[in-house]
Design a protein around this ligand. Structure first.
Ligand SMILES: CC(C)(COP(=O)(O)OP(=O)(O)OC[C@H]1O[C@@H](n2cnc3c(N)ncnc32)[C@H](O)[C@@H]1OP(=O)(O)O)[C@@H](O)C(=O)NCCC(=O)NCCS
Length: 161
C-alpha cells in the first residue's frame, strides 16, 4: 500500500514536534538555511512563539511519523505576497511527494490570504531544492542575501492563481 502523507497546520500543542523537526533540519542541512543555529538554545516558549508569531508552520507525517516541515510568512515589503521558508524533508522521505504536499499546503494557505505571489530564497548551490522549486513554477529573479554561515542565496518567485 502507498505511504499515507498527511499535512497539518501546527499550533502550540505541536511545539515539541516542530522543535524536533526544525532541529533535525538544522543538523541535517545547516548550510541550506539562513540560521546561525541559535535555535538549539531556545526554550518551549520561544518555540511556541516561532511557530505562531509571523509565520504558519506546516508539518508532514508519513504513516504517522513526522517527516517534514515548511513555513509560510507574510512578505514584509509586499502586501499581496507571501514568503516560503524552512522547507525540509527527512532524507529517508525525499523523492516521494512529501515536499509536494507541504508546498501545496503553503500555496493553499497563501491563496486564502489573497496573496498573488510566493517568494523564497535558496542557497545557490542547492541544486536539488532549486529543481524542486522550478518544477513548482518558481523562477529565479536575482541574487538575495548571504546567510549567517556565508553561503549565497538566490531569490525565486512564482505567481499564484
Ligand atoms: C528541498 C527538499 C525539501 C525537496 O524535497 P524532495 O523530496 O527532495 O523533492 P523532490 O524529490 O520532489 O524533487 C527534487 C528534485 O531534484 C532532483 N534531484 C534529486 N537529487 C538531485 C541532485 N543531487 N542534484 C540535483 N537535482 C536533484 C529530483 O530529480 C527532483 O527533480 P524534479 O523536481 O525535476 O523531478 C529536500 O530535498 C530537502 O529537505 N533538502 C534539504 C533542505 C533544503 O534544501 N531545504 C530547502 C531550503 S530553501
Amino acid at each position: 500500500m502507498d505511504a499515507q502523507i498527511t499535512v497539518i497546520n501546527a499550533n502550540r500543542a505541536d511545539v515539541e514536534r516542530v522543535r524536533s523537526l526544525r532541529l533535525a533540519a538544522l543538523a541535517d542541512s545547516p548550510l541550506d538555511f539562513a540560521s546561525d543555529g541559535d535555535e538549539t538554545t531556545w526554550n518551549a516558549s520561544a518555540w511556541g512563539d516561532w511557530l505562531t508569531i509571523a509565520r504558519a508552520v506546516w508539518l508532514a507525517a508519513r504513516d504517522e511519523q513526522d517527516v517534514g516541515l515548511a513555513a509560510l510568512e507574510d512578505a514584509w515589503d509586499e502586501a499581496d505576497a507571501c514568503y516560503v521558508a524552512s522547507v525540509w524533508v527527512t532524507p529517508t522521505a525525499r523523492g516521494i511527494g512529501v515536499a509536494d504536499a507541504l508546498l501545496e499546503a503553503l500555496i493553499a494557505d497563501a491563496s486564502r490570504r489573497a496573496a498573488r505571489r510566493l517568494h523564497l530564497d535558496v542557497v545557490a548551490t542547492n541544486t536539488r531544492a532549486r529543481a524542486f522549486y522550478q518544477r513548482h513554477g518558481f523562477r529565479t529573479v536575482g541574487e538575495a542575501r548571504h546567510t549567517p554561515r556565508g553561503t549565497r542565496e538566490i531569490a525565486m518567485t512564482r505567481p499564484l492563481p
